[in-house]
Design a protein around this ligand. Structure first.
Ligand SMILES: Cc1cc2nc3c(=O)[nH]c(=O)nc-3n(C[C@H](O)[C@H](O)[C@H](O)COP(=O)(O)OP(=O)(O)OC[C@H]3O[C@@H](n4cnc5c(N)ncnc54)[C@H](O)[C@@H]3O)c2cc1C
Length: 376
């Protein structure tokens, strides 16, 4: 006869959503000594955390919102210590490497448009603070001695700040770290309703009710609906991204590139696409063909490799594609987080957000991330 597992049902903080965002914040808060419960729909849910490209990426981000560009740089600066800490605590290596990164341009028009973007972000950044540059074809080839560029490559944008990580190991390490620090993760616990009592929130999942004085909603594309219950307007929509995986070969691509990276086990990840397809996560042969052709234009040798797998996953997109960090005005001690780039920002989510949620030390300039910017 199996003995039912006794669940902890009260905590200092309830986190709804155990993807990369919820897990990073939950881990960080548990490390600070808070008693944390994560309620997660689980592996069958729509989950960007298990379908992403694993880039820890700086270049090209933050046009129109300087604070996002700075926040990303803070995340990148925090990554080495964060990865080291996770390894020490859990024994899991997330394989963070920061060799720099490239975004290829395969026509003059793409090159010009990329240069415009990078120049605009540089103008908006603090003086001398934006570390990204355009390289011509020859300069790009010099960075990639083991991979011959295709004739169609015109150039690329480059920064030393970019890197990559194993995103599945990252999620596993965050869950393990949470447990190590005394937190609880419950999979298969879809929150269907939230009730507000004078001194606590109660989240209902099927037959169980979990309570805590603080509530963090980080449920990916489910955040909008749940946040509304506690009076927050968080507009999010899914954006489909498809990825191809090739067979493994010897390491030959020394830098991650925004649509092609070689993982530590030797496979190439190609993608990801950007499609407005609602909650449809079927792969599409037309899209896959387009991605494969582009990859072959950049590196003809990739055309010789077998594709062994493909998948689609849903990004969590806000209207301006920048993060939302919201604290409810009408329901104190409830917070909502919605963003793309949950891999890149995992370090600051674990290190900085606990100060905001637990101690009300809001990171500088955080008001830029509030969702009222959409109320126009
Ligand atoms: C194709 C693709 C490529 C990407 N590449 C990169 C990249 O290279 N670098 C980068 O930084 N980012 C990348 N991302 C984005 C990154 O994966 C996401 O930002 C991150 O995973 C989002 O995490 P999340 O926790 O917000 O959402 P999700 O991973 O979607 O997790 C949401 C969680 O909430 C849970 N949930 C939902 N509703 C409920 C409910 N009612 N009750 C309980 N639990 C609930 C689900 O079970 C799920 O676990 C990529 C995304 C995609 C799709």
């Amino acid at each position: 006869m199996s003995v039912p597992i006794k669940k902890e049902k009260t905590a200092d903080v309830l986190v709804i959503g155990g993807g990369l965002v919820g897990s990073a914040v939950a881990f960080g808060m548990a490390e600070c000594g808070a008693r944390v419960i994560v309620l997660d729909e689980g592996d069958r849910a729509f989950r960007a955390a298990t379908g992403n490209a694993g880039l820890v990426w700086y270049q090209g981000k933050g046009r129109g919102m300087r604070r996002y560009q700075e926040w990303t740089l803070e995340a990148i600066r925090a990554w080495p210590g964060f990865a080291e800490n996770l390894k020490e605590l859990t024994g899991i290596d997330v394989f963070y490497h920061k060799p720099g990164g490239l975004t290829f341009c395969i026509s003059e028009a793409e090159y010009e448009s990329r240069r415009d973007l990078i120049d605009t972000i540089r103008r908006e950044a603090a003086p001398d603070d934006y570390d990204c540059t355009m390289l011509d074809r020859k300069e790009v080839q010099e960075l990639l001695p083991g991979m011959k560029l295709g004739d169609g490559v015109v150039g690329a944008s480059y920064t030393r700040q970019d890197g990559h990580v194993n995103p599945l190991a990252l999620l596993k390490a965050l869950h393990a770290g949470l447990k190590k620090c005394g937190g609880f993760y419950y999979s298969g616990h879809t929150v269907v309703d939230i009730h507000r009592h004078p001194d606590r929130y109660a989240a209902q999942t099927g037959k169980d009710v979990f309570t805590a004085p603080k509530l963090v909603i980080a449920a990916g594309n489910g955040t909008g609906r749940l946040a509304q219950i506690v009076g927050m307007n968080i507009p999010v929509r899914p954006e489909k991204g498809e990825i191809l995986v090739t067979e493994r070969i010897r390491p030959c691509l020394p830098l991650p590139c925004n649509r092609i990276r070689q993982t530590t086990d030797g496979s190439f990840l190609i993608g990801a696409s950007q499609e407005d397809a609602g909650f449809d996560i079927r792969t599409n042969t037309r899209v896959i063909k387009g991605m494969a052709e582009r990859a072959r234009t950049v590196f003809p040798v990739l055309g010789k490799l077998k594709i062994i797998r493909s998948w689609a996953a849903l990004r969590v997109k806000t209207p301006d594609k920048m993060p939302v960090y919201e604290g409810s005005d009408s329901a104190p001690e409830s917070f909502a987080i919605a963003l793309h780039s949950g891999v890149t920002l995992a370090s600051v989510h674990a290190i900085e957000l606990p100060k905001w949620i637990l101690n009300r030390h809001e990171p500088e300039g955080f008001h830029h991330f509030r969702s009222r910017r959409f109320d126009v």
